[in-house]
Design a binder for this molecule. Sequence first.
Ligand code: SF4
Ligand code: SF4
Length: 136
Amino acid sequence: MKSKRFVLTFPPEASGEPITYNLIRKFDIMVNIVKADVSPGHIGHLVMEMTAPKKVLEDGMEYMRQHRVECVPIDRKITYNKDLCVHCGACSAVCFAGALTISPQTAELGFDPEKCVVCELCLTACPLKLFRIDIG
Ligand code: SF4
Ligand code: SF4
């Protein structure tokens, strides 16, 4: 079994196929939706964790491609140099996924890697350039 996170991009005109439902029913893939930004008539995005044997995951990805759903694995992770952080909040202001937040109690930056969708906005937002991407 393999668990992997993906960013799914849906075209504005939905094909009518219940993609997520079929991944579960037809392919027997365990699906966990981490974040959804989907509205009719617009490009939609889903961050989804899928768990299945490697070959089944590949078949599921091929199925999505056939329905014009872009499916990009998240192989990278964000790290930052906590020790040099001055808690200015510039990174949390651009982090739409809610992975970076300033605590109302302590006014300090917190990072929840589970929520990160590796959009890379924090890399340019931080004036001290404390963020970096690790591959793998
Ligand atoms: S890469 Fe994007 S989602 Fe992840 S912490 Fe940075 S701004 Fe937030
Ligand atoms: S932008 Fe950089 S210095 Fe400011 S809170 Fe984020 S990590 Fe810390």
